[in-house]
Unconditional design. Structure first.
Length: 234
């Protein structure tokens, strides 16, 4: 529940919806829970193997948040730098997420991290940075991964979200509810490390996201945090 509204994120992860962007003109079904589901997560592992959708999602997820929060261990042999797709808008464009779903996800990330011992003062950027990046419709391109440059990052295409200051809707597709995946006539896909297309759009305004230094010490605790988070979904 979030703001008194039920928020169910599982269909976006288990392939129940045609909501994943694999570079085409419409969403496809991808099962991101194809390699052990919660069991390896509770052992502080992303998955049972290293060649699954689940492995790619979980490793990219905590690598991305590590870059976003400027974690002190990022880029070391123990905590690889993010190498996935640069535009979170492109990744989520066929999901048509609602404010309560986005808010619920951010809260669960923070709560999971807190339950695994991350200090409360280090969690403040976990809420602020995602809200700044993802919580406003038509937000201009922003730089999260320095080597990837400014990209469209907002995952909010629903008209229920507030419009961003300095907004630009150039390159943004109006959101529609993803269809349910069925056993017949359903497109499915296996995730690869990158999608086709640059995922960027021209805009007169771009921003570099900077978060406070307190986030730098979160480090590998994010791995455990995401394990707790996804265990809640399953």
């Amino acid at each position: 529940m979030y703001n008194g509204v039920e928020a169910n994120l599982l269909p976006y992860f288990n392939g129940a919806l045609l909501s994943s962007n694999r570079g085409g003109s419409k969403g496809v079904s991808v099962n991101f829970l194809d390699d052990g589901r919660a069991a390896p997560l509770m052992m502080n592992k992303p998955s049972n193997t290293t060649n699954s959708n689940q492995y790619l999602l979980l490793t990219h997820l905590y690598e991305y948040f590590g870059m976003l929060l400027q974690c002190s261990k990022q880029g070391s042999s123990a905590y690889a730098a993010y190498s996935g797709f640069g535009s979170m808008y492109e990744v989520h464009k066929f999901m048509n997420l609602e404010p309560n779903e986005v808010g619920y996800f951010i809260i669960q990330v923070a709560d999971a991290a807190l339950s695994f011992g991350v200090a409360a003062e280090d969690l403040e950027p976990v809420g602020k940075a995602p809200n700044m990046l993802f919580g406003y419709r038509c937000a201009p391109p922003m730089t999260v991964i320095p080597g990837q440059g400014a990209q469209l990052q907002s995952i909010c295409s629903s008209e229920e979200f507030p419009v961003a200051p300095n907004s630009t809707c150039a390159g943004v597709v109006n959101g529609t509810e993803p269809m349910n995946a069925t056993s017949t006539g359903t497109a499915s896909a296996t995730v690869t490390a990158t999608m086709s297309g640059s995922g960027s759009a021209s805009s007169p305004t771009s921003t570099t996201v900077v978060v406070g230094s307190g986030a730098r010490v979160v480090g590998m605790s994010l791995v455990a945090a995401f394990a707790g988070l996804f265990a809640l979904f399953l």
